[in-house]
Design a protein around this ligand. Structure first.
Ligand code: ATP
Length: 373
C-alpha cells in the first residue's frame, strides 16, 4: 500500500502558496483494508475515506469511464491494481495531476511542472472532453492564477471550443454551474472566469444575455469594482447582472438556481439602474423613485437597500455616479432608525414593525425631497 499527496496541494506547494486542503491517493489497497485501519468511508459512489485523526480525504486510486452526458455519466473502476499514473490520467489539468510520495518524490507523468513554470493551464488528455464541468474549472483556475501570469493554452482552448460546439455544456445541471460561478466570483480575478467562458463559447450557452458587447465589457467592469470593494456574493452577482434587462436577467438568474438573496439583489439592480440613469441629480423625480422603492419593499430591509446602492455604484458609469446621490441619501435615512427608541416609546410586536416602516418611509420621503429642493 502506497500513499501520495495529490492535486491542488502539490500544485500549491510548488507555487509556494499556502496549502489549505490536502487530498491523498492510496494505491494497492481495498476498502476492507482501509476500514480495518480505522478510516471511515464517505459517500457511496467513490471509494473515498476519512483519516481517523486528521480527517483528511484518502481516495483509493481509480479510473473513470464515460457512459452518458454531463459530469455524472461516469462509471468508476477502483481496484488495488489501478496505478498512480492511471489515477492521475483522469484528472483535468496537468498542474493538478502531480503526486508526491511520503518520502518527497514527485510523480509528474504529464509535465505538470513544465506547465507550472510556463504558466499554462493544459488538459491532461483527450478524456478532458468527457466532463464539461472541466471547462468551468479551467476558467476558474484561470481566474485564480491570472495574477501569477497563468492562461489557458491554445490546445486546451481549442478542445473546450469543440466541447461547446458538441453541445456538452448544455448537459450540466444548474447546481454544479452555480457552484463554480459562486466560487469564481471570489477568485483573484473573477472577470477572467467570464472572459475564458466567453472565449470558448460556453457563456453563450450558460448566460447568453451577458455575451454581446458592449454589455459584456460593462458587466466585467461592474464586477471588477465589486471585487475591489470586497463585496459579498450577492453584491458581486448583482453587479455582473446589473447590465441585463430585468425580465431576461431575472429569468436567467432563476434558471441558474442562484440563491434567493443573489436573485433578489440582481433583480433590484436591473430594475433601478435604468431609472437612476434617467434621473436628474439636481431635481430627482422623487415620486418615481418612491414608487419604485415602495414596489421593491425596500424600507423593510435597509441592509438590502445599502447593498443595492453599493451595487449601483459599481454598475454606473463615472459620469452617472452623481445621479445616485438621492438614492444614497434615502438609503442612509432608511438605515438610521433605532428600533430601541421606538420600543421605549411603547411600540411592540406588529405595531413596532408598522412604526419602523412608517418612520423609514417618512425619512426616505424627506431625504428625497431635500435632494430635489
Ligand atoms: P482547490 O484549491 O479549489 O480545492 P483543487 O485542485 O484541490 O483546488 P478540488 O476540486 O479539490 O480542486 O479537486 C481535487 C483534485 O481532483 C484536482 O486537483 C484535480 O486533480 C481533480 N479533479 C477534481 N474535479 C475534477 C474533474 N471534474 N475532472 C478531473 N479532475 C478533477
Amino acid at each position: 500500500m502506497q500513499t501520495y499527496l495529490v492535486g491542488g496541494a502539490v500544485r500549491d506547494e510548488l507555487l509556494g502558496l499556502t496549502v489549505k486542503d490536502r487530498d491523498w491517493v492510496v494505491v494497492g489497497a481495498t476498502p476492507k483494508q482501509m476500514l480495518a485501519l480505522g478510516f471511515t468511508q464517505v459517500g457511496s459512489d467513490f471509494p473515498v475515506f476519512l483519516h481517523p485523526k486528521t480527517r483528511e480525504e484518502y481516495a483509493l486510486a481509480r479510473t473513470e469511464r464515460k457512459q452518458g452526458h454531463g459530469y455524472h455519466g461516469f462509471s468508476v473502476y477502483s481496484a488495488p491494481d489501478v496505478t498512480l499514473e492511471e489515477d492521475l490520467l483522469r484528472r483535468d489539468l496537468t498542474i493538478n495531476a502531480m503526486a508526491r510520495s511520503e518520502d518527497g518524490e514527485l510523480t509528474d507523468p504529464f509535465n505538470g511542472m513544465r506547465d507550472l513554470e510556463a504558466r499554462q493551464l493544459r488538459h491532461v488528455s483527450d478524456a478532458f472532453k468527457e466532463d464539461p464541468l472541466r471547462i468551468l474549472r479551467t476558467a476558474r483556475f484561470a481566474a485564480r492564477f491570472q495574477p501569477l501570469g497563468f492562461s489557458v493554452c491554445s490546445e486546451t482552448m481549442a478542445l473546450m471550443r469543440d466541447m461547446v460546439a458538441a453541445g456538452e455544456v448544455g448537459h450540466l445541471v444548474p447546481e454544479r454551474v452555480w457552484q463554480e460561478i459562486q466560487r469564481a466570483l471570489h477568485e483573484q480575478s473573477p472577470t477572467t472566469f467570464f472572459q475564458v467562458l466567453r472565449d470558448c463559447g460556453a457563456l453563450d450557452v450558460l448566460i447568453p444575455e451577458l455575451s454581446p458587447e458592449p454589455r459584456f465589457r460593462a458587466a466585467l467592469s461592474a464586477l471588477r469594482l465589486a471585487h475591489a470593494g470586497k463585496a459579498t456574493t450577492p453584491e458581486r452577482f448583482a453587479a455582473l447582472f446589473s447590465t441585463l434587462d430585468e425580465p431576461c436577467g431575472t429569468k436567467r438568474a432563476k434558471a441558474l438556481k442562484a440563491p434567493n438573496d443573489c436573485q433578489n439583489l440582481a433583480r433590484l439592480a436591473m430594475a433601478f439602474k435604468p431609472i437612476i440613469q434617467q434621473l436628474d441629480p439636481t431635481q430627482p423625480d422623487a415620486k418615481t423613485l418612491l414608487e419604485l422603492l415602495e414596489k421593491a419593499d425596500l424600507w423593510r430591509r435597509p441592509e438590502r437597500f445599502s447593498q443595492l446602492v453599493l451595487v449601483l455604484e459599481c454598475a454606473l458609469e463615472a459620469t452617472d455616479q452623481q445621479r445616485l446621490k438621492p438614492l444614497e441619501k434615502a438609503a442612509d435615512a432608511a438605515s438610521g432608525i433605532d428600533p430601541q427608541a421606538l420600543m421605549k416609546r411603547g411600540f411592540a410586536g406588529k405595531e413596532l414593525g408598522e412604526a419602523i416602516r412608517a418612520e423609514r418611509l417618512a425619512r426616505i420621503k424627506q431625504a428625497l425631497c431635500r435632494s430635489s429642493s
